[in-house]
Write a protein that binds this ligand. Sequence first.
Ligand SMILES: *Cc1c(COP(=O)(O)O)cnc(C)c1O
Length: 431
Amino acid sequence: MLHENLSINAMGHLCIAGADTVSLAKKYGTPLMVMDEQRIRRNLRIYKEAMAKHFGEGSFPAFASKSFSCKYIYRIAREENVGIDIVSSGELYTALEAGFDVSKSFFHGNNKTDFDINYGIDNGVGYFVVDNMTELDAIDRVACEKGIVQKVILRLTPGIDPHTHASIMTGQVDSKFGIAIETGQADEAVKYTLTKKNISLEGFHCHIGSQIFDIKPFCDAGKIMIEYISHLKKELGYEASILNLGGGFGVRYIDAQPELDYEEFIRLISRFIDDEVKSSGIKKPTIVMEPGRSIVADSALTLYTVGGTKEIPGFKSYVSVDGGMPDNPRYALYQADYTVCLASRMNDKADFRCTVAGRCCESGDLLQENVDLPRPQRGDVLAVLVTGAYNYSMASNYNRIPRPAVVGIKDGEDFEIIKRETFADLTRNDL
Ligand SMILES: *Cc1c(COP(=O)(O)O)cnc(C)c1O
């Protein structure tokens, strides 16, 4: 199957981490997201071990928690002793609630509000990843008021096109994120940052995009960033101690995509970095990476109950399920690839080509098109695989549909991670 944590049992049911998805759907209801905890920990450890081995002791992954943010995941990050990347005060609050030590956090975003800056500093956020100079002024002012020196790194755009979907591409010069090296603005930003008394510039950050299968853009980015660091040492005598290379490693959603060897990717990137460090004579910075998708995506799947099936002669067939864009907006947003299967009848012949539609009053509410399934019947359990990243964290209550429950599997036991929303939750803030 697509990943080693998926299997089919004697009843022809789809299993994740050995747990029967049809039984889980019955026990918890649908839509339901099911997460394999061991897989999350395994993915984190691959990064942790490969980074320590190839980049050196002190280098570490910071889980990009926008991909899946809830107390459970921050507890796992704490137990696995990794850092986190957060993008809002809400994510910071959630991490604090989970007892996460946020001195190991990177606070991102292209528009941190004054509230965010105050809240972050008051709670001891490790690093702000500064996106622009007006933001730097604001952080400096708040840090001065509070009588502290705040650590920051600057987000730079290395000018790289990683060939992924335009909505998830971020390393090019024309981006809403970061400061361009190419235009000379990065040099100005560094000089300006070094004049700030309440700011300590620790280094730099870049993030070239997401769902990237090619190693080259990562190696190029690493090389460009190290070259830039060495340029600064020569020009300004400034030496960066942290280089954060962001996230972006691709994940296998469909058979046609490869399963990447992340350790090998890290080894190759480190070769580029080491070559550049050696030839320029700079001190090798601590390398941080911010994987999100590649930590949680393949740990989860989403279960739905099939409702109606509709055949339109001469056109196509639709299968409707009891979730859709409220729990997974990624197909509606950018036609994301997913593998869909009929979890309750995995061994039946998949000879019915259809479009899987969500339940919302929106024609774009589709989960996938041109899927081959056994002809679904009302009540069958349908699974969309590899839904751990950017699904629950992007979920909404469109059409007043409660967000689904999230259930974890560990050592053969199932347990709730996030409760299903109730109708009362839907009206909680209505006056
Ligand atoms: C989204 C994002 C990440 C994570 O990207 P993945 O593709 O999920 O690994 C890391 N860093 C930054 C700054 C991001 O915006």
